[in-house]
Design a protein around this ligand. Structure first.
Ligand code: MLT
Length: 318
């Protein structure tokens, strides 16, 4: 009989689940898509919980989790986990900050290119038999020489910036932890505030976590300070953008469009306020980390962290 039981409640790589089960003292159950009340009814049997972003680990879950010692997040953002409740119950929360960096940076970059060149709406027109009309309608925006504001110059933001430099974009970065020497190393201009970074930018990409301080960091005034025809890319968290302000800025013509992988409410309603736009848009369903490579990386990392914590007490990435 295994000493420790682990519940994996969101899809993670099979190799990760196998790594947990390979330990003689650990038995992992893989049960995804549990309704909240079912999770609450079974969580008391488990020593650790492994999630991606679908499972909401609420205060009610922690209250019912009498044996729980750790929650492992296969990914970066821990906003689906009530961390204050975790602390109250003495539960460690660990994430895997490195495993999906490249995939997310590549996805955000893809959204920037798709938005600039109308790939999504033009594709739909071709399928609808409107090839000739679409050739006239969908004039794009060149990125060469444009000023890119990166809000959040951590791992993902830095990878995005490197790719943008290869496209000859001028990068200005805001990050409260970015030092001048790191900015010099990355060959980016250091902005002391989001306002300074966004003023006169042609593109903004967001790579900060969602907190009380960053909620709606991209607001009406900051959108207005960007250059006319600018585009907005968000592959981080939907709540970073004031969506009604973005809609108004696009409708006024000041902002050309947006490439979004994330929405303030997920899944977004079918009549989401940004879905009526037909130019310079690209929308994906929170796919930033959804590659074979990233999912294998984060699945293995989270499994190893939970295994080592249960077996030896070692804490990594808390
Ligand atoms: C993350 O925070 O790691 C990403 O949003 C990916 C995910 O939730 O799976």
């Amino acid at each position: 009989m295994a000493t420790y039981r682990v519940l994996v409640s969101d899809p993670i790589s099979e190799i990760g689940v196998a790594a947990l089960n390979a330990h003689p003292d650990i038995s992992a159950d893989f049960k995804t898509g549990l309704p909240p009340e079912e999770l609450i009814s079974i969580i008391g049997e488990y020593d650790a919980l492994v999630v991606r972003s679908q499972t909401k680990v609420t205060a009610e879950v922690f209250a019912a989790a009498k044996k729980l010692r750790a929650v492992g997040r296969a990914g970066v953002g821990v906003d689906n986990i009530d961390r204050a409740a975790a602390t109250d119950h003495g539960v460690i929360v660990m994430n895997t900050p490195t495993g999906n960096t490249i995939s997310t940076a590549e996805h955000a970059f893809t959204l920037m290119l798709s938005t600039a060149r109308n790939i999504a709406p033009a594709h739909a027109e071709v399928l609808a038999g409107n090839f000739k009309a679409a050739r006239k309608a969908y004039q794009g925006i060149e990125l060469n020489g444009k000023r890119l504001a990166v809000l959040g110059m951590g791992r993902i933001g830095s990878e995005f910036a490197k790719r943008a430099q290869a496209f000859n974009m001028k990068v200005v970065a805001y990050d409260p932890f970015l030092t001048q020497s790191r900015a010099d190393e990355l060959k980016v201009e250091l902005a002391e505030s989001p306002d300074i970074a966004l003023n006169g930018a042609d593109v903004v990409t967001l790579h900060v976590p969602l907190t009380d301080d960053t909620k709606h960091i991209l607001n009406e005034a900051r959108l207005a300070s960007m250059n006319p025809g600018a585009i907005v890319v968000n592959c981080a968290r939907g709540g970073l953008i004031d969506e009604p302000a973005l809609k108004a800025a696009i409708e006024s013509g000041h902002i050309a469009g947006c490439g979004l992988d994330v929405f303030e409410e997920e899944p977004p309603p079918a009549d989401h306020i940004l879905f009526g736009l037909n130019k310079h848009v690209a929308f994906t369903p929170h796919l930033g980390a959804s590659t074979n490579e990233a999912q294998e990386n984060v699945g293995i990392q989270v499994a190893e962290q939970i295994r080592d914590f249960l077996a030896t007490g070692e804490i990594r990435n808390a």
